[in-house]
Every structure is written in structure tokens, then in C-alpha cells.
Write a protein that binds this ligand. Structure first.
Ligand code: ADP
Ligand code: MG
Length: 316
């Protein structure tokens, strides 16, 4: 299909704002802000055979692409607003693919309340898809990786390692679902920020240890993590019990798209309440501690012994 036809048939219906998208037929889009608002922006690129396989189909590829972008917005505490799409086409991206792809975007944008405002379409041998996402925050209010303080507790949402298992043990329906349809914790991020429960969050994309390490480096702190506190789903626990996977692999596997955030001891009650309200497990797995030179993670087992970490997470 020609670029013009693709845009009109499949992408225009996703851009329900004439004011912002300018009908998807101008050179630019335009975002208006109120005086006390700011935009937060993030971009993800998905490459064939690295981030997805063609056989996953258009629906799953598009849904995951937008959901991982939304996870970055969640980690900032912002409210999703709109996004731009980089689309590559070749013989594989036929009508059927485009129908599924645009449905994947449509369902996801409905769930999270955002819309498409533009993009670019190119021909390419290998498929590459990209989204640039925009969210809104109140001026100067944003969750940052650099905002953790000594003695803050480290919390993580949901469970860790499901997506890793979904990728490698492709029979368990729950794990597959977690791999293809991550749950960006948008509401959680917003409330953490709005209710001043946390100032620091990151989304777990490369691996729990790797992403906590990113907070450590940005905040110039070390972290103490208790292995037996890390939340695993019943499915993942089965794999651990049967010696089919090591917990170290799960906590460095990545693709979880859960939030890790810091919490002061005075706010612990609020986290408990929030967990109840959102019906999301929010688990304390350790603490940030002062460190002088080297900022790193100490992983501690049940008997109080330090576990050697070989790998923090996925390396790009
Ligand atoms: P230009 O050549 O000036 O970059 P295009 O002709 O590529 O503009 O795009 C025309 C319009 O279609 C623009 O509004 C652009 O944002 C939109 N568009 C192109 N590709 C996509 C896409 N993949 N998703 C959404 N909108 C797109
Ligand atoms: Mg163009």
C-alpha cells in the first residue's frame, strides 16, 4: 500500500484530535499547554528480531510498543497525552498486518487515554517501529531517578520475571500474556507523584537489578536488596521451585515494566493504602543507603549472606 493510503485508512482514525494532530495532513502537529503544565517526552524503538518477531503479528507488536512507551511515562508520574509513530513498511506489512497493528494501537490508546498526532512512514527491508510519547505534568513536578535519599525504602510493583519466563518458556498462558502485554503502571506513577509519596521512580525494562542500579548511580547511593522479599508470581515460583530457573535470572531478565520507587519511612502507610486502592502488589524489597565512592547493589539472601551478582540486566 502507498504511504498516503496507509495513513488515511489506518492511522487517521487513531488521531481523534483535530486541534493537536491537525488532521494528520500538515507538516507538523501542535500541542497547547496551560500555564502551569509541562510536557514529558520519551521514545522507544522496536527492531525486528531484537524486540519482536514478525510471527508475533501486528496486534502484539503494536500493543507492546505503545505499552512500553507508556511505562516510561508512568515512571515520570505524568498523564499520557499523545504519541507519534515511526512506521516502516515492506511486503510483510500488508493490509492484514496493518489492520492488526492499528487495532493493537487503538485498544491500547483507549485503555490509557491518548491518541496519535503524527509520524513518518518509510520503506525498509527490516521492520523498525518507533513511538515518541508525550505526557503532561504540573510544572516542575516529575519523578526522577536522582531523587532517592539515604534510608528510603525500595518498593517494586507487581511481580518480577514473568516476561522473561514468557519469552523463554512459551507455554504458560499467564507468562506469555505478561511478555506480550506488559501493564504500564500509569495510575501508580501519577498517584505517587500527586500525593507526594515518592519523588523517585524508574520502570523495570532492562532488569530489576540493572534499573535499581541506575537509581543508585543517579542518586549517588547504594542499595541493599533482600532476595527473599522480591515478589514472584505463582507461575514464576513454580519454575523456581522446580529448578527450571534461577532467581538471579529473573531479577536481571528485564521486560517487566513494573515501577521501582523510593519511599520515606513516614509514608509507608500511604503505600499500603495505595496498594489496596489500585489492587496492585507494592512490595518493599530493600533500602537505599549512603555510599561514598562506589554506588552499587548488595543482594542479601535469607541467611544474611551477600550474593554475588554476575549480571545486572540486559545490555544494549
Ligand atoms: P513529510 O513528508 O512532510 O514528513 P509526510 O507526508 O510523511 O510528511 O506525512 C504527512 C502527514 O502524515 C503528517 O501529518 C505526518 O505526521 C503523518 N504521518 C506520516 N506517517 C505517519 C505514521 N506512521 N503515523 C502517523 N502519522 C503519520
Ligand atoms: Mg515523510
Amino acid at each position: 500500500m502507498r504511504e498516503f493510503d496507509i495513513i488515511n485508512k489506518f492511522f487517521k482514525p487513531l488521531s481523534n484530535s483535530e486541534e493537536t494532530a491537525l488532521g494528520l495532513n500538515d507538516d507538523v502537529a501542535k500541542i497547547s499547554l496551560k500555564k502551569d503544565e509541562e510536557l514529558v517526552i520519551s521514545k522507544d524503538i522496536f527492531v525486528e528480531d531484537v524486540h519482536f518477531l514478525k510471527k508475533d503479528g501486528g496486534y502484539k507488536i503494536a500493543a507492546k510498543l505503545l505499552r512500553t512507551n507508556l511505562s516510561d511515562i508512568a515512571a515520570s508520574g505524568a498523564t499520557p497525552f499523545c504519541y507519534m509513530l515511526g512506521f516502516s513498511k515492506n511486503a510483510f506489512t500488508n493490509k492484514k498486518f496493518l489492520t492488526e497493528f492499528s487495532k493493537g494501537l487503538e485498544d491500547t490508546q483507549k485503555e490509557f487515554g491518548l491518541f496519535l498526532i503524527g509520524g513518518d512512514t518509510v520503506k525498509s527491508k527490516n521492520l523498525v517501529f518507533s513511538i515518541t510519547i508525550f505526557g503532561k505534568v504540573k510544572k516542575s513536578q516529575i519523578l526522577r531517578r536522582c531523587n532517592a535519599k539515604p534510608d528510603d525504602y525500595i518498593f517494586v510493583s507487581g511481580t518480577i520475571g514473568d516476561a522473561y519466563l514468557g519469552l523463554n518458556h512459551t507455554k504458560d498462558e499467564y507468562l506469555l500474556q505478561r511478555h506480550f502485554f506488559p501493564s504500564p503502571r500509569v495510575k501508580l506513577g501519577q498517584i505517587l507523584l500527586k500525593n507526594n509519596i515518592s519523588q523517585c521512580a524508574i520502570d523495570v525494562s532492562d532488569g530489576l537489578l540493572s534499573d535499581i542500579n541506575d537509581i543508585c548511580q543517579s542518586s549517588k547511593l547504594s542499595a541493599e536488596i533482600f532476595e527473599d522479599k522480591i515478589p514472584f508470581s505463582p507461575s514464576a515460583q513454580k519454575f523456581i521451585k522446580n529448578n527450571q530457573v534461577k532467581t538471579l535470572d529473573l531479577i536481571s531478565g528485564g521486560d517487566d515494566y513494573e515501577l521501582v520507587f523510593s519511599v520515606k519511612s513516614t509514608k509507608l502507610d500511604l503505600v499500603k493504602k495505595l496498594s489496596h486502592e489500585l489492587k496492585i502488589n507494592l512490595t518493599c524489597i530493600g533500602k537505599f543507603v549512603k555510599s561514598d565512592k562506589k554506588h552499587s547493589i548488595k543482594l542479601i539472601n535469607k541467611s544474611g549472606k551477600k550474593i554475588r551478582i554476575k549480571k545486572f540486566g540486559y545490555e544494549h
